[in-house]
Structure formats: structure tokens, C-alpha cells
Design a binder for this molecule. Structure first.
Ligand code: G3P
Ligand code: MG
Length: 248
């Protein structure tokens, strides 16, 4: 049986504030092989790690990420939902996360939230983030993903050594051919559309398959049996326990 990587979705976000250093450090403690993060760009051109395009849901502040500077964003507390266990949590920069990934020799999935391309504010975020990954010497440990498949194809053409993945919710017709047409290294499907034959077809075409967001033990087991390359989960401890027990 294959041994899928376990990636903490926004860190160990089932137990700690999502997309914060606290959640990433906890994922490491829970034996994750790495994590999935989401990135946006600030008003002053810094790359920050946060899921939404505003800070309203996850912090004690309000505002649009692209309309705030990094210094302004850093003033707020991003511990919503975990106030007692984590009295404070900052918004990290991509550089902070890359430092942690390098220090612990981890794997990282950087999801670029460049879906709203009509503003023009996200233009070039893909290449800028890839250049940072290259500066850190982490090309082999990072895979980029996006629901914006144009962005992934553009990134691959500009930086062929960078690994890219296509995020999708519903089943694709000949997904492995589609992935190859966009020069992608992997498909990142919603876990509920993944089965063994889909994974096998992808693998035969040289395309990896990493499933998200797999939280229930039965679903984690199903993904292990299906042979996915990585399981993206809010609960790395559960996935680790199940993966290790399947190997025993
Ligand atoms: O990258 C997998 C997953 O994170 C995609 O959806 O909304 O959780 O970023 P979302
Ligand atoms: Mg994500």
C-alpha cells in the first residue's frame, strides 16, 4: 500500500487558529509531513498567509487584505475560535512559513488565492511566490495549487522547475489529460470525488493526486486505500494514526 504524505490543512487547523505559526508548529508535533497554506498579497506587496480576502472572519479586525499594509495586518489578533488556548496569533508572511519548512525539512502546498483576477491586484503573485521559494532553496519541497488553472499554467511556463497542481471540486473528464495540457504535476480534488481508478489513471499519466479536506477517519482510510499521494487534513494526528496502523 502507498504511504501518503499528511499535510495539515491551514496547519493543524482543527486544534489551532488556521494559517498561523501556532497551527503549523502543532502540525509538526502531530507528525505531519508538512502543511497546506493559502496566500494573498498586501497593499505594500508582501505575501501573507491567510485564507479569506478579508481579515474579518479570522481576526479581531476588519478589512480587505489587498487594502492593508503588512504592518497594519500585523496589528490584529488572528486567534478567532481558539482564544483560550492561543491568546495571541499573528498573520504570517510566506517567508516566515518557508523558514519553518526549511528548518524542519517539511513539504509545503502553497495555494494561491488568485481567483478574483478582475482586480489585477493578484497579477504576478504566482511568480513572486515562486521566486521566494527558489530563494529559500525549497523548489523540491513545495507544490503550488490554485482553482485558477490559467495561473498554474502561466507559473509552470515561467518557472518549469516549480511543481503545480490544479484544484477542483467536481469530477474532471479525462482529468489526467487535462492536467498534462496545463503542464500540471498534480490534481488536487475534493476528497469525495476520489476513488482508486481515478488515482490509477492519474498515476499512469504521471500525474499525482492529493485529496482535500479529509477529516473523518473513514474518509482518511478510504484515501489511503485509493492510493492518493497526499492527504490534506485539519487533523494530522488522526491521519498519522490511521496511516501508521494501515502499515502495521
Ligand atoms: O488546497 C485545498 C483546500 O484548501 C482548498 O480549499 O477553501 O480550504 O482553501 P480552501
Ligand atoms: Mg486552501
Amino acid at each position: 500500500m502507498k504511504n501518503p504524505k499528511i499535510l495539515g490543512h491551514r496547519g493543524a487547523s482543527g486544534y489551532a487558529p488556521e494559517n498561523t505559526m501556532e497551527a503549523f508548529r502543532l502540525a509538526i508535533q502531530q507528525h505531519a509531513d508538512g502543511f497546506e497554506i493559502d496566500i494573498h498579497i498586501t497593499k505594500d506587496g508582501e505575501i501573507v498567509v491567510i485564507h479569506d480576502d478579508t481579515i474579518d472572519r479570522t481576526s479581531n479586525g476588519t478589512g480587505v487584505v489587498t487594502e492593508l499594509t503588512l504592518a497594519e495586518l500585523k496589528q490584529f489578533n488572528y486567534n478567532v475560535g481558539f482564544e483560550e488556548q492561543f491568546p495571541t496569533a499573528e498573520i504570517p508572511t510566506l517567508s516566515q512559513v518557508l523558514e519553518l519548512v526549511k528548518a524542519h525539512d517539511l513539504y509545503l502546498n502553497i495555494e494561491i488565492k488568485d481567483i478574483m483576477t478582475n482586480t489585477g491586484k493578484y497579477d504576478g503573485l504566482n511568480i513572486a511566490a515562486a521566486n521566494l521559494v527558489k530563494e529559500f532553496g525549497l523548489v523540491d519541497q513545495v507544490i503550488f495549487s490554485s482553482f485558477n488553472h490559467h495561473s498554474m499554467a502561466e507559473l509552470k511556463q515561467a518557472c518549469p522547475e516549480i511543481k503545480t497542481a490544479l484544484l477542483h471540486f467536481s469530477k474532471l473528464y479525462k482529468g489526467e489529460e487535462y492536467a498534462r495540457s496545463a503542464y500540471a504535476d498534480a490534481l488536487h480534488p475534493l476528497f469525495s470525488i476520489v476513488d482508486k481508478s481515478t488515482v490509477e489513471q492519474a498515476h499512469q499519466a504521471g500525474v499525482q493526486m492529493n485529496a482535500w479536506t479529509v477529516n473523518q477517519p473513514a474518509d482518511i482510510e478510504a484515501m489511503i486505500v485509493a492510493g492518493v499521494d497526499a492527504i490534506i487534513t485539519d487533523y494530522p494526528d488522526t491521519a498519522y494514526r490511521l496511516r501508521e496502523s494501515k502499515q502495521a
